[in-house]
Design a protein around this ligand. Structure first.
Ligand code: B16
Ligand code: MG
Length: 212
């Protein structure tokens, strides 16, 4: 019986996944590395530094750790410029109404995101005090597909992993949730993933999940 729903953030609650793409694209262009939307798919749910390493695999140059940190900081500054322009109107009515209805049905609601910008994003969307628990990129050692982020979110609520449903847009996130023995609902880019138990055409399809 599912009593807790853990939401991924980028690409599930909000469309910040596109801002990640724009910021990585700008950095890649500056470094003369080819990068397109298809490459961006590999970065979903993956931490900032691991994402940079994936992008740099295409480069013929080798960079020092200091240079890599500089690149990651540059990308994050660009990304945050987009985030700071977000307002509560960037939260879709469908997402907010569905969250409210799930809460009314009695589910505990949590965030499980690899992003170190989670608190900023939730604040911009007017959701800073909405969720019962938040586990984000600042609180974990291992990034998805490791299950740490979802296990910690469940632990914060004292919930059994088997009673949690994770909503994910990334293959890495679906794998992470499954390896924690959680139920998985895949949306967007993760739709059709063999690691998912449910496939959502749209966010409000969560309301149709038969909770037995
Ligand atoms: P940041 P999620 C992930 O968030 C993104 O999908 C991924 O593209 C990003 O690299 C990662 O957060 C780290 O984000 O640079 O903000 O710390 O999908 O797990 O909510
Ligand atoms: Mg995501």
């Amino acid at each position: 019986m599912i009593d807790t729903i853990i939401f991924d953030l980028d690409g599930v609650i909000c469309s910040t996944d596109h801002y990640h793409y724009l910021a990585w694209k700008k950095l890649s262009d500056e470094l003369h590395i080819s990068f397109d939307e298809k490459d961006n798919e590999k970065l979903r749910g993956v931490s900032r530094m691991e994402s940079l390493d994936i992008i740099l695999e295409k480069s013929s140059q080798t960079y020092s750790q200091v240079e890599k940190e500089e690149f990651a900081n540059k990308k994050n500054t660009l990304y945050q410029q987009y985030l700071k322009q977000m307002t509560p109107s960037d939260l879709s009515v469908e997402v907010k109404e569905t969250l409210d209805q799930l809460r009314n049905k009695g589910y505990r609601l949590a965030i499980g995101s690899s992003s170190k910008n989670t608190k900023l994003i939730l604040k911009q969307l007017g959701l800073e005090n909405y969720f019962d628990a938040i586990c984000d990129g600042t609180m974990i050692q291992y990034s998805k597909p490791h299950p740490e982020v979802f296990m910690k979110a469940a632990d914060l609520l004292g919930k059994n992993y088997k009673n949690c449903l994770v909503v994910e847009d990334a293959l890495a996130g679906c794998i992470a949730a499954k390896s924690a023995s959680m139920h998985v609902a895949a949306i967007s880019s993760a739709y059709g993933s063999p690691y998912a138990d449910y496939h959502l055409n749209t966010f409000k399809d969560l309301l149709e999940i038969n909770n037995k």
